[in-house]
Design a protein around this ligand. Structure first.
Ligand SMILES: *[C@@H]1O[C@H](CO)[C@@H](O)[C@H](O)[C@H]1NC(C)=O
Ligand SMILES: *[C@@H]1O[C@H](CO)[C@@H](O)[C@H](O)[C@H]1NC(C)=O
Ligand SMILES: *[C@@H]1O[C@H](CO)[C@@H](O)[C@H](O)[C@H]1NC(C)=O
Length: 509
């Protein structure tokens, strides 16, 4: 233990020195004016929420460690807030843009967000977090590139495309809110949008033979999506800031709030192809398309858009289990973090985590319902260690329950699990994650199903340290259960032998 701690501190010493030498990280300044404006996403005129006149809003292009100064003017007639999905806000939950940690910007006023994208890379998005504003727009893509000195595990692509995909309602956000306030479920969405446009409203132009990066986020309100490109394979390279083992897929499931990056090579005969999204786990299937246009294209799209999976859950579960982090040589894996200090050598690969490391939470999301759910935790990434579907009948006879007395934990993947910030929970199933509690603050935990989030399926996790500079507490582990059905009934902790690391009282009561 002693040796271990010394090496961590000396590593931090080096890190400090480097920071001093390299000076301050760059600043980027933005001024955003949030207004109502007319949009025609499904061919009919609708009142949308625009940022600087745009729907979707402007793209943020940043580099690891950049400071972003974003002055947001609220020109709506309602209070407004923007949140940054997946941006961790290290020790700075007061810029998170959710109701519990940020006061809404009153109509006619402005607020300046000061964010640092500390130690992060990847594909994310921002969105309006109050009311049902997200149903009217106000969202946009948020990219964090690696610094030039950091190698990226694939050659630079010839282009970088963003796909903000999601379901869409023709009713405006005040009407949708009134439906929910009236105690009714939202109706089935009217259609799907890609970058704010309906079918074939958007064209991506590629040069034959070149490889492109597509960053796809599900910014919708209620439905999981499947994404595919006619005639082309996709090489998965990133999931919410984690470079992945590079597997090839014909299609990918993207649940609410999730983001993926794939590489696509334009290696087919020169013509146009369909880029397709369709709804998953819905009885009625909505589909929409965009065009992948070869610059030397000899013709328009031929044939129908390829079909995708619709209601099959096993398929999705298998795919979810196939997502693996890229293992650099000598890279760490979760199982290598001992339950107890071993006194063994330090492992430099985990040093960033270890330097901040105070404790681990094991979180189990249990879904007793018939619909897939998607859950997000602000301020953190977590390791998805297990999913289990429907086969569990516990002593209390309930489906989908994680159980200490059965083999739930035996099915965990502790070797190579993906680290991300938004995870799906299949119907009558549980999803288990391990989360390093390495970011002090008050963090929003929420359903990414927006009607549910609006109706209150969210809470705050307070990650708290009595002594920020106290002992490294590597053996600490907490356990939480979140039952994520319509009534959040069971928030429990288990095996809490490290009182003081997190103060759960505020959000458990
Ligand atoms: C925002 O846009 C509205 C409508 O175009 C305009 O009246 C207002 O002056 C703008 N505000 C800022 C700060 O640019
Ligand atoms: C509002 O905008 C003005 C003008 O850009 C700026 O000087 C001021 O700091 C902003 N106020 C807040 C609270 O961000
Ligand atoms: C939403 O639509 C209703 C009519 O269905 C209208 O009365 C209301 O003003 C609209 N709200 C906004 C913000 O456009």
């Amino acid at each position: 233990m002693g040796d271990h701690r010394i090496s961590i501190w000396s590593f931090m010493g080096v890190a400090l020195l480097v920071t001093c030498i390299s000076g301050e990280d760059p600043y980027r300044f933005y001024t955003w004016n949030v207004t109502y404006g007319y949009i025609y996403p499904l061919g009919e005129k609708q009142q949308g929420i625009l940022i600087n006149g745009q729907f979707p809003g402007p793209q943020i292009e940043s580099v690891t460690n950049d400071n972003l100064i974003i002055n947001v003017f609220n020109s709506l007639d309602e209070p407004f807030l923007i949140s940054w999905n997946g941006v961790q806000q290290r020790r700075n939950s007061w810029q998170d843009g959710v109701y519990g940690t940020n006061c809404p910007i009153p109509p006619g006023q402005n607020f300046t967000y000061v964010l640092q994208v500390k130690d992060q890379i990847g594909s994310y998005f921002y969105f309006p977090s109050l009311g049902m504003h997200k149903a009217a727009g106000g969202f946009g893509s948020f990219k964090i590139a690696s610094r030039s000195v950091i190698p990226v595990p694939f050659p630079p692509p010839a282009g970088d495309f963003t796909i903000l995909a999601g379901d869409w309602f023709k009713r405006n956000h005040t009407d949708l809110r009134a439906i929910l306030d009236g105690g009714t479920d939202l109706p089935f969405p009217h259609g799907l949008l890609i970058n704010g446009r309906g079918s074939n409203g958007y064209t991506f132009t590629v040069d034959q033979g070149k490889t492109y990066r597509f960053r796809i986020s599900n910014v919708g309100l209620t439905t999981s999506l499947n994404f595919r490109i006619q005639g082309h394979k996709m090489l998965l390279v990133e999931v919410e800031g984690t470079h992945t083992l590079q597997n090839t897929y014909d299609s990918l499931d993207i649940h609410l709030g999730q983001s993926y990056s794939v590489l696509v090579t334009a290696d087919q005969p020169a013509q146009d192809y369909n880029i397709v999204i369709s709804t998953r786990f819905t009885t009625q299937v909505l589909t929409t398309t965009s065009i992948l246009h070869y610059s030397n294209s000899a013709g328009s799209v031929s044939g129908p858009p390829p079909g995708g999976p619709t209601t099959q859950i096993d398929w999705s579960l298998e795919q979810a289990r196939s997502l693996r982090p890229l293992q650099y040589s000598g890279a760490f894996s979760l199982g290598s973090i001992p339950d107890n200090p071993t006194g063994g050598g330090a492992y430099l690969q985990t040093s960033v985590m270890a330097a901040d490391f105070r404790g681990y939470a094991e979180i189990v999301f249990e879904n007793p319902e018939e619909t897939v759910q998607s859950w997000h935790i602000d301020g953190h990434n977590f390791f998805v260690v297990g999913f289990l579907k429907d086969i569990l009948h516990n002593s209390d006879g309930q489906d989908g329950r994680w159980a200490m007395d059965t083999s739930s934990r035996l099915s965990y993947n502790l070797r190579d699990t993906i680290s991300r910030c938004t995870v799906q929970v299949y119907p009558k199933s549980w999803t288990a994650v391990y989360m390093p509690l390495d970011n002090v603050g008050m963090w929003n935990v929420r359903s990414e199903n927006w009607p549910r989030q609006y109706l209150g399926q969210q809470f705050y996790l307070r990650v708290f340290h009595r002594q920020i500079h106290g002992e490294m507490n590597i053996q600490s582990q907490e356990m939480f259960f979140f039952v994520v059905g319509l009534q959040v009934v069971r928030l429990g902790t288990y095996d809490q032998h490290t009182a003081g690391l997190i103060d759960c009282q505020e959000w458990l009561t």
